[in-house]
Design a binder for this molecule. Structure first.
Ligand code: C2E
Ligand code: MG
Ligand code: MG
Length: 593
């Protein structure tokens, strides 16, 4: 059912058929070679999603779990026969309507009649003829899509109806239970819809519901929402439960408080005026959010609690949302408060850069520093990056903040050079994925360099593995532009992500920073030290400088010296320091060396 959703929303025949190719096709046959052949035929035609099973005894279990769009079922199998499976499919509430095409080598009409009586949708004779196979599959899927449209979609808006919503919610809960994940149900109730219906007539009411469903769909596809929830298929889960009630199912929710962002954009989306037949219509919505498993283990409880929360929101006055859980309500408020404060932090000059020294292991010399952002919150005091950088990244604030960081770091280093004669330090700045993606990073870095008068050779840009993996082409191009300009590139937090060594060669990097986690439980002769040794050897063979992050003890330093690690950054030498303290540190270091 999943893959065929929306089939009848498009009016283009070509599009119809290409949508069918998304269908999940399951085959149960005791001869794997048969299934391979059928799959090869279907793949040739563009179908892509297959489940094959030659143990007929597991068929029901797999069907229940995977819910394919169509089943190709062999009738004659040892153990559990095709007929038995058909029988049990029809007895099962969730599977009853799944179309089954029966594959049979027997030409006898009796078994065909029996299969028909058991509800088989169609037959296919073995050996399978390719064109016949295509036709049967296509017809069966088309009928199924049509049936789905009638049974599972709201006629007026084209959105999934309550039945489909419930089915998906049950499914999402079962999946979440296996993976220990969260599922959110957002209940959306329209305020004053009844008045519109009564005063302007049901036709205007219907139009309004259609426009509302469009706005809901648009809103769910909004960039910021996708960024935070990372679920591009979310629009499929916008449903109309009936009357003036809508619902959104979010099947995977890492941080429940983030659902607040979606709720807020729904409120914004529904907030404006709707123009219908010369009337200007305004509505507002009250929304409630319930999260599995905290707010209920079953779909009924979740739906009920989302409704209860929506009721609370309504009492508070229209156009608002409320989580069922007090705790998440608090977290969500806290998040929005911080985000709102973050929006003003730049203009209020609440940011400061700290600088953590980088030391050359062989000589003990200070060779550079990493600029690390600190936020002096007017009420909460100093906030560390892990608490606000993710917020900044999700809301795009990271771009102006990142610009400020680069600018400030370059100016500061230039000032130390010109006023204190500290000539040879490379300053490193961290950049985020958004800065690389949404921004002409190389252009703005060049501008900053010329404005501050600092040489590109004194700047290092730290990127992380995941940034490269997500957007390799674009990323590689920007990094080459920077390198050609003379800026150095460092790969940060190495070892925490994919650690794919193949792209190390493709990237114009100068330095590898091994993540702090390798040193955390360091005992000197364990797995981490073996990995460390391997990384150092590899980096040197690629002519990269290796930096160990998070060095805290003499023992760690000793090991790293033995292994010829190049640079060290960590509390052993110094924590990140304010600009003034960093200057003092430089003075002490000079006196000591
Ligand atoms: P990072 O780039 O890997 O920075 C190193 C982090 O490790 C810093 O945390 C630093 O204070 C900490 N650290 C260094 N040595 C030690 C040690 O010996 N022991 C322990 N326990 N910690 C050590 P910080 O400053 O909290 O920054 C955390 C992360 O936030 C950074 O990780 C970086 O990814 C990000 N970040 C910081 N400033 C910026 C910025 O201006 N822009 C962006 N996009 N991200 C930033
Ligand atoms: Mg860093
Ligand atoms: Mg790091």
């Amino acid at each position: 059912m999943e893959a065929l959703d929306g089939f009848y929303h498009s009016h283009d025949v070509e599009e119809h058929y290409s949508q069918l190719k998304e269908a999940v096709i399951m085959m149960v046959d005791d001869e794997p070679i048969m299934m391979e052949l059928v799959q090869a035929y279907l793949e040739e035609e563009g179908y892509r999603n297959f489940i094959t099973l030659n143990q007929s005894s597991q068929a029901l279990q797999v069907l229940n779990r995977e819910r394919p769009d169509v089943l190709l079922l062999d009738l004659n199998m040892p153990g559990v026969e095709g007929f038995d499976i058909l029988d049990r499919i029809r007895a099962c509430r969730e599977l009853r309507h799944m179309p089954v095409i029966v594959l049979t080598s027997s030409t006898d009409p009796e078994s065909k009649l029996k299969a028909l009586a058991l509800g088989a949708a169609d037959f296919l004779a073995k050996p399978v003829d390719q064109s016949e196979l295509m036709l049967r599959i296509r017809n069966t899927l088309t009928v199924k899509a049509y049936h789905n449209q009638l049974a599972f979609y709201d006629e007026l808006t084209g959105l999934p109806n309550r039945k489909l919503f419930l089915d998906r919610l049950d499914w999402a809960i079962r999946r979440a239970a296996r993976g220990e994940q969260q599922v959110a149900v957002i209940h959306i109730g329209l305020n004053k819809f009844k008045q519109v219906n009564e005063s302007l007539g049901p036709q205007v009411g219907d139009m309004l519901l259609k426009l509302i469903s469009k706005r809901l769909l648009n809103c769910v596809q909004n960039d910021a929402v996708l960024n935070r929830l990372g679920n591009e298929e979310l629009w499929r889960n916008v449903s109309r439960l009936g009357g003036d009630e809508f619902s959104i199912l979010v099947p995977q929710v890492p941080h429940a408080e983030n659902i607040g962002l979606l709720a807020r954009s729904v409120l914004d989306a529904l907030g404006g005026v709707f123009e219908i037949d010369g009337h200007e219509v305004c509505v507002s919505a009250s929304m409630g959010i319930a999260v599995y498993p905290g707010d209920g283990a079953e779909s009924d409880a979740l739906i009920k609690h989302a409704g209860v929360a929506a009721g609370h929101a309504k009492q508070r006055g229209g156009s608002s949302y409320q989580f069922y859980s007090k705790e998440i309500n608090g977290l969500s408020r806290e998040r929005f408060r911080l985000e709102a404060d973050l929006r003003r932090a730049l203009e209020r000059e609440e940011f400061e850069l700290y600088y953590q020294p980088k030391i050359q292991v062989s000589t003990g010399r200070l060779i550079g520093m990493e600029a690390l952002l600190r936020w002096h919150h007017p009420r909460d005091g100093m906030i560390l990056p892990h608490k606000f950088i993710p917020l900044a990244e999700e809301s795009d604030l990271i771009v102006p903040i990142g610009d400020w960081v680069i600018d400030q770091a370059c100016r500061q280093n230039r000032q130390w050079q010109s006023e204190y004669g500290i000539q040879d330090l490379k300053i490193a700045v961290n950049v985020s994925a958004q800065q690389l993606r949404r921004h002409h990073l190389s252009r703005s870095i060049k501008d900053v360099l010329s404005a501050s008068g600092m040489l590109p050779d004194h700047l290092m840009v730290e990127i992380t593995e995941s940034m490269v993996i997500e957007d390799t082409e674009n990323c590689v191009q920007i990094l080459y532009e920077l390198r050609d300009h003379g800026v150095h590139i460092s790969l940060d937090d190495f070892g925490t992500g994919y650690s794919s060594l193949s792209y190390l060669k493709r990237l114009p990097i100068d330095e590898l920073k091994v993540d702090r986690s390798f040193l955390v439980d360091f005992q000197g002769d364990d797995d981490s030290s073996a990995i460390f040794k391997a990384i150092i050897a590899l980096s040197h063979s690629l002519d990269l400088t290796v930096v160990a992050e998070g060095v805290e003890t003499e023992q760690q330093l000793h090991f790293l010296r033995e292994e010829r690690c190049d640079l060290i950054q960590g509390h052993y030498f110094s924590k990140p320091l304010s600009a003034n303290d960093f200057l003092k540190f430089v003075g002490q270091r000079r006196a000591a060396v």
